[in-house]
Design a protein around this ligand. Structure first.
Ligand SMILES: *Cc1c(COP(=O)(O)O)cnc(C)c1O
Length: 214
């Protein structure tokens, strides 16, 4: 995987060192996360609050950074605050208010963009991006890192990621340090790297098929 990422970075005239691979371990047991940690993985991604919390306390490895990448219900936000280093799915003001905290360290925040017109899939609309960013910037305990997106099915990923880059540029005009772009999965990471992705969320291409889940 590192070789493929490095090749895609070179093809885009980018330094591979500027790209973080988050290994998505959702549905996999804690034992897999332990093996990954022994292999040197430091960033893992999970998309369900309770499963992630249980796994993080089971693995209990302070070298790991847990990234929460799934849709987050407001009533689960405190739970996620307890174990996560980063939340990639911040998409509404009520979540900012619950995640913000004077105590308990700094939580990295990515604002999830809505790239499809389907309601209910999460993500902030283009017109709400900067107001939401301002709210994060004013919130104690939160550090605004940048934007996040999932390329919609049935759309050319490079077009979707070009829109992400545009949104990132608008955000950086307001908050220059919020320059990270969380985009790219197993099937589309090269297109995401070409459009400036700094954080890839890779599951199956590293872990193989996910176990069946209910
Ligand atoms: C599952 C998931 C991924 C990883 O997907 P793969 O296709 O297995 O690489 C990335 N991002 C999000 C938000 C996910 O839910």
């Amino acid at each position: 995987m590192q070789d493929s990422v490095a090749a895609a970075a070179r093809a885009a005239s980018r330094d591979p060192a500027g790209i973080t691979i988050i290994v998505v371990t959702k549905f996999h047991p804690a034992s897999l996360v332990r093996e990954l940690a022994e292999l040197g993985v430091r960033d893992v991604g999970e998309n369900r609050a309770q499963e992630a919390k249980a796994k993080a306390s089971d693995v209990d490895d302070s070298r790991l950074r847990w990234h929460f990448i799934g849709q987050l219900q407001t009533n689960k936000a405190r739970l996620v605050r307890g174990f996560a280093s980063a939340v990639h799915s911040l998409d509404r003001p009520s979540l900012v208010d619950v995640l913000s905290s004077e105590a308990g360290g700094v939580l990295d925040c990515f604002l999830q963009l809505s790239l499809s017109d389907e309601p209910g899939r999460g993500g902030v609309s283009p017109s709400e991006l900067l107001p939401l960013a301002e709210r994060v910037l004013a919130a104690p305990g939160l550090r605004l890192r940048g934007v996040m997106a999932v390329a919609p099915l049935g759309q050319e990923p490079s077009r979707a990621f070009a829109r992400v880059r545009e949104a990132s540029e608008r955000l950086r005009a307001l908050a220059p340090e919020a320059s990270a772009i969380s985009a790219g999965m197993s099937g589309d990471f090269a297109a995401a790297i070409a459009e400036g992705a700094t954080h890839l969320r890779i599951g199956t291409a590293i872990t193989g098929k996910r176990p069946d889940h209910v």
